[in-house]
Design a protein around this ligand. Sequence first.
Ligand code: FES
Length: 114
Amino acid sequence: MPRLSIMPHPDLCPHGTEFQVEPDEMLCDALLNRGVMIEHACEKSAACATCHVVVRAGFDSLEPPDEIEDDLLDQAWGLTPLSRLSCQVVIADQDLVLEIPRYTVNLSRENEAD
Ligand code: FES
């Protein structure tokens, strides 16, 4: 089973954490089910970008993002070339190291204001 390592985040996991996950598990669910309460304001429907993570290791083991995910990521706070929306990522068979960005922008709320 792959291991998921989460780098320290001041609010969500101050000391970092690590646990085993099932291949084919959704990344956002894997975090939430093990107590890392990452934001997921649009209930995992690829509309808000609050579930943004940076995949510091294992990025290439994941299926590439689709166009909707790519478009949302373009507007995410702290975007990097290793950024993904955790609600759109299916864990593969390799270990992952994740950084959860310190800030989020809820794009579904931003778009409501238009
Ligand atoms: S939970 Fe909203 S985009 Fe992932």
